[in-house]
Design a protein. Structure first.
Length: 329
């Protein structure tokens, strides 16, 4: 079977103290999976500042022996609202010495992320899958830049929203990626591109605990050993920052790796058509992505514009992920 060609649009924190690690683990999963070929990374502001994400991405690729993969610097802020107040909520938990430092900009001028997305997709119509595991700002910018982009992309696989319950990790009803740039997510949904969405109702079911970290450490691979240390540090941080969340006492979520796995093996998840729309106006509900599958008494709000994940084979995913993180090299 021919491997799927993918671009990861991401906001990688792995490597920056106190930053979420799952984007970096998703990059590693893509590189260690023969079912996909990683064509490029495009970096967006999100878990970390875009410059920090760019530096982290380059360092991760070198650590994984994949320095040949292009990395393009992307959007430094959402389309409409400033992300800084939201980022400040996370930074307040970090000691000053552990807050990620500002990094220098793209040193060789190699990349506007939206332009790279457009160029790769338009050069190979129907062949490129974009896996977006950060805010959707780069995708929305690419759609605005090239009218034919949505029709030419093979598929957009998004980590956002929830199809079976509320996606609460930033507010009680909104997930980070949707809340950070809801206008961008709505532009993607309105574009007509083929979309699959993996929401927090599914990604919050897949956890990486300290025992799993030890398995990565024992695998004999230098990246796995380093990632295991980062995992333990991230769990330590979560337990301190969010003591009211019992799941963080010994584990962290694998949001982004599950989204990559949805391309590696779509049968890991169960899919259903839905009309997805994002709340843009209200302050209380801003960023809520509603997946209307026509199950309520009222008719659907519109025709399906996405396939949404409604169930996950958790153990099969965990087996795939851990086997590939613990590869001896």
């Amino acid at each position: 079977m021919t491997p799927a060609r993918i671009i990861l649009d991401t906001d990688p924190g792995l490597g920056a103290p106190g930053a979420d690690i799952d984007d970096g683990l998703a990059i590693a999963l893509a590189l260690r999976s023969p079912e996909v070929v990683l064509e490029a990374l495009t970096i967006v502001v999100g878990n970390v500042d875009v410059q920090v994400g760019y530096a982290n991405a380059g360092a991760l690729l070198e650590r994984l022996g994949a320095g040949h993969v292009p990395v393009a610097l992307g959007a430094g802020r959402p389309l409409v609202e400033d992300l800084a107040p939201l980022r400040a909520l996370f930074d307040r938990h970090l000691p000053e010495a552990q807050r990620p430092a500002q990094r220098p900009p793209d040193p060789d001028g190699s990349g506007d992320a939206a332009r790279l997305l457009v160029d790769l997709v338009m050069a190979s119509p129907g062949e490129i899958t974009i896996v977006a595991i950060g805010p959707m700002t780069n995708l929305a910018t690419a759609i605005a830049l090239e009218p034919g982009f949505a029709a030419a992309v093979g598929e957009l696989v998004l980590m956002a929203g929830a199809a079976t319950t509320y996606a609460h990790n930033v507010t009680t009803i909104a997930d980070f990626n949707a809340y950070a740039d809801p206008e961008a997510l709505q532009m993607v949904l309105d574009s007509g591109a083929p979309v699959r969405m993996v929401g927090l109702d599914q990604t919050s079911r897949v956890l990486l605990d300290r025992g799993d970290a030890q398995r990565m450490r024992d695998g004999g691979d230098r990246f796995g050993m380093w990632a295991a240390d980062c995992t333990d540090a991230w769990i330590d941080f979560l337990g301190t920052a969010f003591p009211e969340r019992p799941e963080h006492a010994d584990a962290c979520f694998l949001h982004d790796p599950l989204t990559v796995a949805a391309v590696i093996d779509p049968s890991l998840l169960t899919w259903a058509p839905a009309h997805v729309a994002v709340e843009l106006e209200g302050r209380i509900a801003r960023g809520m992505a509603v997946a209307d599958r026509g199950l309520a008494l009222m008719p659907p709000a519109g025709p399906p514009n996405a396939q949404v994940a409604i169930d996950t084979d958790v153990e099969r995913f965990r087996s795939l992920f851990l086997d590939r993180m613990a590869v001896s090299r």
